[in-house]
Write a protein that binds this ligand. Structure first.
Ligand code: 4AD
Length: 458
């Protein structure tokens, strides 16, 4: 269907005075005695395009005026009669592509985000979700641009796996047979299944990413990860998009530098490519958002050890719900205090106790901590989990044995430490988490097309 994107109608000044064809959905409409006005949106721009109808020229327009109706409009593009520096179309011919009855749920009133979650197939047609998904697209492209321009190879790691990267046991099983009492035990059941052994959806591409990095040097993966955590919070979904670089010959400070540069690169891309969307979020979701992001670009992130953070939390005089002691896992309330009240900017917390972190992290010389870091940002909390990997075979085996892991499931991973092992590091960035930070949206369910959460799958 030959037509021009509405974003081009706004941006290409040379089109003014020419005949154009646009398509879109009716967002608002207004009728008066001689004239009628339709605001049309085709999803390429946050701004709607005004269609001006002279009722003497076009009769029988009542069906075109209904919200949600899809139209093809031909007419002359002219400077707007009222809005400075804008354009509108004087309609000459309108074709209805799809009618929309009055029960269309997106009528004029402002709907709550909670209500919109119940209509994921239609909420994309609101300004908020239109802006969210354009920002999400620009963030994703920026991730690729950042790594591609720095000699990283994009690797596709498997989504179905036989090993548990994070060791938390929060994996979705992959099976083609239902369990039945006929099986004597789980082993027999797994043996009869598609792969002949237990399989699950991957929580992280890291383990296979390390395999690729041990040949390609610098790699990244960018795909979905799955977690069957029963965390019903505004920051957890069961299916999220995971950016995971893995870098050979990199120690913890090197990977921290890459992570900080990447975050700044992504934010710059969004501020440059989505100015209208960012103004919208700044006005409707987080006052001062643009200024916050400009500060992030122009300043160094903070770095603090876990041990320092524990001391600050203890000295804070705050009445935390979860008590703070060295060795405890930091809770959201602790992370918020450190990033929002102490640092007031993104902070890398480093060197966590080894007992609360994963088996693959490099053990520090103190015997108590690992070379790991989480990036915490005000308002969201953790957006990156990062570490230098344990490159020493004996230490890795010891960490796995302490956790009671089945070594056969990790044969390839272990072998990397036998054949030319090198210091290497990597991290995982949750795509939805950084989108929350950049847009000021409060709930992860509102930055992904179809959120999958415990007890809910639309
Ligand atoms: O800290 P995590 O668990 O680290 C890993 O998975 C490592 N294997 C990554 C690596 O080193 N390659 O997860 C990394 C990030 C978190 O910081 C968070 O942003 C995101 O993934 N994440 C989730 N996002 C949404 N919903 C969930 N349930 C998430 N779980 C983790």
């Amino acid at each position: 269907m030959k037509h021009i994107d509405i974003i081009d109608i706004f941006e290409k000044k040379e089109l003014i005075g020419t005949k154009v064809t646009v398509c879109g959905w009716v967002r608002t409409s207004r009728d008066s005695k001689n004239m009628a006005f339709i605001e049309l949106n085709d999803g390429t721009s946050l701004k709607h395009l005004q269609i001006v109808i002279d009722k003497a020229e076009l009769s029988d327009i009542s069906d075109f005026m209904k919200l949600g109706t899809s139209l093809k409009v031909e007419g002359t593009l002219v400077n707007s009669a009222v809005a400075e520096d804008s354009v509108e179309i004087n309609a000459e011919n309108i074709v209805m592509l799809g009618e929309c009855p009055p029960e269309y749920p997106l009528q004029k009133k402002r709907h709550t985000l909670e209500y919109l979650r119940t209509i994921p197939h239609l909420r994309v047609r609101t300004n908020t979700f239109n802006a969210v998904f354009r920002v999400r697209s620009v963030v994703s492209a920026a991730v690729h641009e950042f790594f591609q321009s720095r000699h990283f190879t994009y690797i596709h790691t498997p989504l179905i796996t036989a090993s548990d990267c994070e060791g938390a046991g929060e994996m979705f099983k992959v099976t083609t047979i239902g369990y039945s009492n006929e099986y004597k035990n789980e082993e027999d059941y797994n043996a009869d299944d598609f792969f002949g052994r237990r399989a699950a959806l991957s929580v992280s591409g890291q383990l296979e990413g390390e395999v690729a990095a041990m040949a390609m040097g610098k790699i990244y993966t960018f795909g979905p990860s799955f977690r069957a955590e029963k965390s019903n919070t505004p920051r957890h979904v069961a299916e999220f998009w995971h950016v995971e670089p893995e870098v050979a010959f990199a120690e913890l400070p090197d990977i921290i530098e890459i992570a900080e540069d990447m975050i700044k690169y992504i934010i710059k891309a969004v501020l440059t490519k989505c100015p209208e969307e960012m103004k919208f979020f700044n006005a409707h979701f987080e006052k001062g958002l643009i200024e916050k992001l400009e500060n992030v670009i122009n300043n160094d992130f903070a770095i603090m050890t876990y041990t320092e953070a524990i001391e600050l939390l203890k000295k804070s005089g705050k009445d935390f719900q979860y008590p703070v002691e060295w060795g405890c896992d930091l809770q959201t309330e602790h992370e918020k205090y450190i990033s929002e009240e102490i640092c007031k900017k993104p902070v890398f917390l480093t060197d966590y106790p080894k007992e609360i972190k994963s088996f693959y992290m490099k053990q520090n010389a103190d015997g108590k901590t690992v070379a790991a870091t989480d990036l915490l940002v005000p308002g969201v909390g953790e957006i990156i989990g990062c570490s230098e990997r344990e490159a020493d075979l004996d230490k890795l085996l010891e960490a796995m044995e302490i956790r009671g892991m089945t070594l056969e499931d990790y044969e390839h991973y272990i072998a990397l430490r036998r054949f030319g092992s090198v210091p290497h590091s990597g991290f995982g960035l949750g795509l939805e988490r950084i989108i929350l930070y950049i847009t000021g949206m409060q709930n992860i369910r509102d930055v992904i097309l179809y959120p999958r959460t415990v007890g809910s799958i639309y």
